[in-house]
Design a protein around this ligand. Sequence first.
Ligand code: 1GP
Length: 265
Amino acid sequence: MDSFIEHMHQSQATILSEIQQKRQQKQKMLAVLLDPDKVDPAQAEVQLHMLNAHQVDLLLVGGSLVQDQSIHQLVRELKPLAEMPIVLFPGSIHQVTEDADGILLLSLISGRNADLLIGKHVEAAPMLKASGIEVLPTGYMLIDSGKLTTVNYISHTLPIPHDKPGIAVSTALAGELLGLQLIYMDGGSGAQQAISAQMIQEVARQLSIPLIIGGGIRSKEQALIAWEAGADIIVVGSAIEQDPEGGLVQDLVEVRNKVNSLRVT
Ligand code: 1GP
């Protein structure tokens, strides 16, 4: 079977069109998040080979506190080896590197910090346009996860309460109606509690665009709950950092493949 990236190159598809197509086919995706500040550069290559071997769908790279140079070095090092698209998940505009395949252009629609809704985007737009990197316009929503996360602190915004799915639905719908192409609901890195199945379900039922869920997913059981509730892509970061042997990735991929085989029509 072709890897995601081989297929993209052969068909000249974009990352976004591949994600949309998988959603249409009810196929679930697994994204792994690497935070350049936390990845040991000597280990990154080994880890990438493990992610390639398991056919992880997407590699997200970024974080809220990334030292500016570390992301450029990491992406440059991983790009020639990666069998999946490398997509930036930037915490600041200094994290934009042309070596990546794409970038989640995040508008923090759960917050009311104008800079993160549109301000930084204005600063970054000429550079993004000139770079030729694929831009994936993404409505980013922080959901309260039981503790103050780095991204809540850094962004000066309040997350959506964990038990208020109605607010999440309205916010996600507003993002879709504004023309954003993806919605990413995030409990934040190392979230104490993952986003509830009820919230995912209610949002997924209303949305017509792909839904990404991340924050605090540490097991195949939690991944299954999120996928079954309606997540198209789940993102796992911290738990994989703590699993250098790759046992968790293997478990997650097995569950993804099983769910996907049951959904083939
Ligand atoms: C964080 O959604 C990502 O922004 C991943 O979260 O590190 O808790 O897996 P974790």
